[in-house]
Ligand binder design. Structure first.
Ligand code: KG4
Ligand code: ZN
Length: 366
């Protein structure tokens, strides 16, 4: 058989495959997420139909250390990855053969955590003979904001605020969000976690600070709002964290942390003032980014996107803009890490034919 005959058979087979996919209305993507301290798997059909979402959180394992311990995270992922994937497939009421592709968040994140999900995804891809899709975890957080509205008015600015990252994107398509600005030191969620530790509040700090802040005065303490330079779209949150530490230990830092002798009201005032300062910076920078690219829509995602004050302040900014902007926020259950967002973005990569192979490696945060 000559080369053109072989080529023709390959093309016919490919066409047959394409036709059978076109005939089948549903494309099931299995998403897998292990970038930090959640082991998650989900099945999403056609990018938006959530058939299952299973998340095994490690909060209980890390809380006594006040942060994520990489070795503990890695071990827990190894323990949970198989039961979590099996449960996601079971809840979706499909068989493994009904999965069309496996989407795995392979970057950024903790190296020792990412590698567990990447290895599991590659093994499944090989065993089932299904394609592999490599997903950027932060781009997946953007995707979670448009789960309910697939076609937002563009251009959009996406604000992604998580435990490890704070980023602004120029968003024109799911596959190529363009980074506009990023944190140069602590991420917003990291600042919430560190300030919570100073205030001796439980881990993770974001929800704990939000809860106590309700009883405090956001204007009680004028914590710094770092804008870096007037037109910078980068973020810096280490200064505000240090300001809270100075406030609690005295300017010379020689004193003991006074939190133990503070009233609940005083702690609430610190939490509320800190939260307001962080929210102010996030909203101002998002507004600036929106002006720069002429954004019609703002997308909000990541763990800190669960914060009600941030959601309300962004809504006010969008409503008072001329002309007003549409705000699309991630549903609360998908703000923190999950695999629905990974599978949903995977669908777009699948449609675009952008596949990874078994040489895929995890890329840890730098
Ligand atoms: O996106 P995520 O689950 O993990 C990373 O990719 O890093 O985000 C976790 C972060 C933690 O720092 C946590 O304190 C913060 O999200 N967070 C919040 C709230 N809920 C979670 N921060 C502020 N307010 C909240 N309600
Ligand atoms: Zn995340």
């Amino acid at each position: 058989m000559n080369t053109s005959a072989i080529f023709s058979i390959i093309m016919q087979t490919k066409e047959k495959r394409a036709t059978s996919h076109e005939l089948r209305e549903t494309i099931n993507i299995l998403g897998i997420e292990t970038s930090c301290d959640e082991t998650a798997a989900a099945v999403v059909a056609n990018g938006t139909i959530i058939k299952s979402s299973v998340v095994s959180s490690q909060i209980k394992l890390h809380e006594k250390y006040g942060g994520v311990v990489p070795e503990i995270a890695s071990r827990a992922h190894i323990e949970k990855i198989y039961p979590v994937i099996t449960e996601a497939v079971r809840q979706a009421d499909i068989t493994k053969e009904d999965i069309d592709a496996i989407a795995i968040a392979n970057q950024p994140g903790l190296g020792v955590a990412l590698i567990v999900g990447v290895t599991a995804a590659k093994a499944l891809s090989f065993a089932l003979g299904k394609p592999l899709l490599a997903i950027n975890h932060l781009h997946a957080h953007i995707q979670s904001a448009i789960l309910a509205e697939e076609n937002p008015e563009l251009p959009a600015v996406a604000l992604i605020v998580s435990g490890g990252h704070t980023q602004l994107y120029d968003y024109k398509s799911p596959l190529e969000p363009k980074l506009l600005g990023s944190t140069i030191d602590d991420a917003a969620g990291e600042a919430f976690d560190k300030v919570a530790a100073i205030l001796k509040l439980p881990y993770p700090g974001g929800p704990a600070i939000e809860k106590i802040a309700k009883y405090g005065n956001p204007k009680a303490i004028d914590f710094p709002r770092s804008m870096l330079s007037p037109d910078s779209l980068d973020f810096s949150f280490s200064g505000i964290k240090t300001a809270v530490l100075y406030y609690c230990r005295g300017q010379d830092m020689k004193g003991q942390n006074k939190v133990d002798s503070m009233s609940k009201r005083q702690i609430a005032d610190i939490a509320a003032s800190f939260q307001s300062a962080v929210v102010d910076v996030l909203v101002k920078k998002t507004e600036l980014a929106a002006e720069k690219i002429g954004a019609k829509t703002i997308l909000l995602g990541g763990g800190v996107a669960a914060n009600n004050q941030l959601r309300t302040a962004l809504k006010q900014m969008c409503d008072s803009a001329v002309p007003p902007k549409k705000l699309l926020v991630t549903p609360k259950q998908y703000c923190t890490d999950n695999a629905v967002m990974v599978a949903s973005l995977g669908y777009h990569k699948y449609k675009a034919g952008i596949f990874a192979d078994l040489t895929l490696e995890p890329k840890a945060s730098s």
